[in-house]
Design a protein around this ligand. Structure first.
Ligand SMILES: CC(C)(COP(=O)(O)OP(=O)(O)OC[C@H]1O[C@@H](n2cnc3c(N)ncnc32)[C@H](O)[C@@H]1OP(=O)(O)O)[C@@H](O)C(=O)NCCC(=O)NCCS
Length: 181
């Protein structure tokens, strides 16, 4: 059986919690503390409900210190049999911040499954979802200049470099790529 993208569900709870304990993060997230992981495990339905609510409204505080309008998004998990491998978030549109940093898609592969092609596969499968879901003919992806894994994943999926930008709140330069849908 090959890995596939699924809607996050309780069926993968144990494996997802194991991934968090391994240090699984997505994008620029920081690793969760043991206490935070215990809290997620104790009320997993609440955690799922939070990530499955696509149309959260309101404002979101971004790393530049400003608040922006939250955009709708869909989360998917890459799984193989019972195992959670990674997660990917597809934002349905961009706001002013995401256009500079973050883009339409953010992802992460759990440490024990890295370097096996899953990051590349997960983005490819997510682009298929984007073709079905989004009303746009291209998506923006951004990554740190030093994140060679992410750069290769984006380029292997057809990413065309738009520019390399820097922000005073970010140590590394940011590479901005477009992928045609
Ligand atoms: C970046 C990340 C998603 C890569 O996932 P992965 O499953 O290991 O990626 P793949 O196995 O598909 O690797 C793709 C390519 O990148 C290379 N690669 C992966 N990690 C690498 C690293 N740390 N340094 C250099 N190259 C790397 C692989 O060798 C492969 O190269 P190839 O195509 O020439 O064989 C994963 O390391 C991760 O989740 N990191 C933390 C979160 C993160 O950075 N998310 C992306 C934010 S933009």
């Amino acid at each position: 059986m090959s890995a596939k993208l699924v809607t996050p569900s309780g069926a993968f709870k144990d494996s997802f919690i194991e991934a968090l304990r391994e240090g699984f993060v997505r994008g620029i997230e920081t690793e969760r503390s043991p206490e935070e992981i215990d809290a997620i495990a104790d009320d997993f339905p609440a955690y799922l409900e939070d990530i499955l609510t696509k149309d959260k409204t309101g404002q979101i505080l971004c790393p530049d210190g400003n608040t922006y309008e939250r955009v709708p998004s869909s989360d998917y998990w890459l799984v193989l049999d019972e195992a959670f491998i990674g997660s990917i978030s597809l934002r349905h549109k961009l706001n002013e911040f995401l256009l500079k940093f973050g883009g339409h898609i953010g992802y992460g592969v759990r440490p024990s499954f890295r370097h096996q092609g899953y990051g590349t596969l997960m983005l490819r499968l997510c682009l298929d979802e984007a073709r079905k879901t989004l009303k746009t003919d291209r998506v923006l992806l951004t990554c740190s200049e030093g994140n060679m894994g992410s750069r290769k994943i984006i380029e292997a999926n057809g990413g065309i470099l738009e520019d390399v930008v820097s922000f005073d709140w970010q140590d590394d330069n940011t590479m901005r790529y477009w992928i045609e849908l």
